[in-house]
Design a binder for this molecule. Structure first.
Ligand code: FMN
Ligand code: SF4
Length: 639
């Protein structure tokens, strides 16, 4: 494909009276970082995070949701009082000084934040709230943002009004589609009135709720038209509804996957919704959702499916995506793998935003303290996985002389296996990125080298970094010789064949569950035995739900609360932790997927010889990609 990305860098004017020039077509959508302080005020950590994105070249930054209600959630921005304006002003001006437009998103959570929803509000409450949106928007203007975005998507209050699942009112704010849209319309009007005609107003909404009985694109087209009529200058088309934190159950939380789309969904999975909305409005339309690739972004604009491209998690993973595209440095882009560590494991747990593959995201101040090496050291890194490669990159950047030693014939370590289960291919983009960088930087790579302590002593580097990863755990139970027993990693890598039709997987963590899917897709009859209460207990909740659904479709037997006792000639004996009964689960092949433990490597002699040793990644403690990459960064920037 030809590398002509110029369409992405065409400026665009938005707004009514006084036009606001956006320097390019990239928008950073609102994403909560949980870096506000517990009072809801912007912090230096937050400013650093946004400034880094502004420096990376994105044209417009929509700052994360600001609560208009004083019953706000912890560590989220508030905008319900004038006292927030000062810090928000610092945030907005810092973004602008670094070249991006700054937009503030205002939100009222409704039942998603344990607050009253449409059904619980009196007409007076509604009128008050509509006014409060306006007051909040005016504060955004006073804080010197360039515009305001009204959050009408994702199942928050406006979206609750729009949906017949959460709006059962019988007055002018409920009933048919037209009436349910009234609240959104009046909010846009109130905001417009409060900020005047010279301040851009973006309306964010769902193109589809992806919820049985929720709004579909046909409803959304009307909402978009009404928002435009009411004064919105731009429509931002998202999708999905977050899990409702209230006693109203929306029954089907799969909708959530469309809000922050995991790698199981294709890149650009919501573009068709923006394209449909674009056909019925005159104002510019923003599309969002798994856009991590400049070719896709170019196609969207070229085909007229949207006017602006939101890059959410992609800018968490690599703030310099726009600049790298502009410079044609596509190989240098750290592409978001849509693993949702940032959202599922961090934000939903009310913890600072972190990224699995960008170890300094949310901790940008750390970049300022990275110094060149005072003395250039020879550093032997054993293990060419994410921890080893990330360490090597930083060491080389700082002037050390790192050399990678990998026993495999390729770099990648655990990433090579992690990308093999169904729907996990996106992980490979991270491996490719690291391998490309190691190559481009001229880092010495030694493949198919099993490093021994003797070898280290002979080579005598200044520093040894052990990034060897883990080894699979063998269960401490009797294993009958007549049963074919294989390790999970060997099955997935194709090293070992399974015999027969009936497969029992020992262990029900996420690796085991993904392997079970991999095997079931080959038409085998699979059972998972797990001691804990839940299968795939260690997975990000949305990923888990999607995987469990797929395992159910594949008719995989999921058997939790079962203690594995023995592998016999015919199957696996397990004891129920519920009623103490024992059962034999028939098997032709048993797959061991009980996790891994750090590989042992004697270092006493090495340390005695004056070589400093560091253990990182799974070689230190078995975790996942986020911890391994972070360990690599810490080692690479501190030695
Ligand atoms: C950590 C995180 C926080 C988010 N917070 C918000 C938010 O405050 N307001 C909002 O409208 N959307 C929020 N979203 C949704 C994003 O704006 C975006 O629509 C979504 O991540 C999909 O786009 P992407 O694939 O480019 O990341 C959040 C997403 C993430 C990952
Ligand atoms: S944590 Fe995962 S999903 Fe989130 S930005 Fe990083 S790579 Fe993307």
């Amino acid at each position: 494909m030809e590398n002509d990305f110029s369409i992405l860098f065409q400026p665009l004017d938005i707004g009514k009276v006084k036009k606001l020039k956006l320097k390019n077509r990239f928008v950073m959508p609102a994403m909560v970082t949980c870096t506000a302080n517990s009072m809801g005020e912007a912090t230096q950590r937050m400013v650093d995070y946004y400034v880094e994105r502004a420096k990376g070249g994105v044209g417009t930054i929509i700052v994360e949701a600001m609560d208009i209600d004083d019953k706000m959630l912890f560590n989220r921005l508030g905008i319900f009082h004038d006292r927030f304006i000062n810090e928000l002003n610092y945030l907005a001006t810092s973004i602008k000084e670094n070249g991006a437009r700054a937009i503030g998103q205002i939100n009222e959570t409704g039942i998603r934040g344990h607050l009253p929803g449409p059904d619980d509000l009196s007409t007076k409450d509604i009128e008050k709230l509509i006014e409060v949106y306006g007051v909040a928007a005016e504060r955004v203007k006073r804080a010197e943002f360039d515009g305001v975005e009204i959050h009408g998507a994702h199942g928050y209050l406006i979206s609750q009004f729009l949906s017949s699942l959460t709006n059962h009112r019988t007055d002018q704010y409920g009933g048919d589609r037209e009436q349910r849209t009234r609240f959104a319309q009046e909010v846009v009007q109130s905001v417009r009135k409060a900020v005047g005609d010279d301040f851009p107003v973006i309306f964010r909404m769902n193109g589809d709720d992806y919820l049985k009985g929720g709004n579909t694109i046909n409803d959304s087209k009307i909402t978009a038209q009404k928002a435009e009529e009411a004064g919105a200058d731009v429509i931002h088309v998202s999708a999905g509804v977050g899990i409702v934190a209230h006693d109203i159950s929306l029954g089907d939380n799969k909708s959530y996957f469309h809000m922050v789309q995991p790698m199981y969904l294709p890149r650009g999975c919501l573009v068709h919704l923006a394209a449909d909305i674009k056909k019925v409005v005159k104002v510019p339309v923003i599309t969002v959702g798994r856009i991590n690739d400049p070719y896709l972004a170019t196609d969207i604009l070229t085909q007229g499916k949207a006017d602006l491209i939101s890059l959410g998690r992609q800018l968490i993973a690599d703030p310099y995506f726009p600049q790298k595209v502009a410079e044609g440095r596509i190989d240098d882009i750290r592409q978001c793998i849509a693993c949702n560590h940032c959202h599922g494991k961090r934000i939903r747990a009310i913890k600072h935003l972190h990224c699995a593959i960008n170890p300094w995201a949310g901790r940008e101040a750390e970049l300022r303290s990275i110094k060149p090496a005072e003395v250039s050291k020879e550093i032997m890194i054993v293990g060419g996985g994410p921890a080893g490669m990330e360490a090597a990159r930083w060491l080389k950047l700082r002037g050390h002389r790192p050399a990678l030693y990998e026993k495999n014939d390729r770099l990648g370590g655990q990433l090579l296996l992690a990308c093999l289960p169904p729907h996990k291919e996106e992980i490979n983009t991270f491996r490719h990125f690291l391998v490309r960088q190691v190559g481009k930087m001229g880092i010495e790579v030694n493949l198919m080298m099993e490093v021994t302590p003797e070898f280290v002593l002979k080579k005598k580097p200044d520093v040894l970094i052990m990034a060897t990863g883990g080894k699979q755990i063998t269960p401490n139970i009797p294993i009958g010789k007549k049963m074919k027993c294989v390790f999970a990693w060997d099955v997935i890598s194709g090293k070992e064949e399974m015999t027969g039709q009936k497969i029992v997987v020992l262990g029900g963590g996420f690796v085991a569950s993904e392997i079970a899917e991999f095997i079931a897709e080959k038409g085998k009859d699979v059972a998972i035995l797990e001691m804990r209460d839940l299968i795939a207990f260690d997975m990000e909740p949305n990923f888990r739900q999607m995987l469990i659904d797929r395992l159910e479709t594949l008719k995989v037997k999921m058997i939790p609360k079962t203690l594995i006792q023995e592998v016999t000639a015919n199957g696996v004996k397990g004891k129920s932790l519920e009623d103490g009964s024992t059962k034999e689960f028939p098997a032709d092949t048993v797959v061991i997927a009980l996790g891994s433990e750090p590989m042992k490597f004697p270092v006493e002699e090495i340390e005695k010889a004056g070589i400093k040793v560091h253990f990182i990644g799974d070689g230190k403690e078995v975790h996942g990609i986020p911890e391994a990459t972070r360990d690599g960064f810490v080692a690479g920037t501190s030695i």
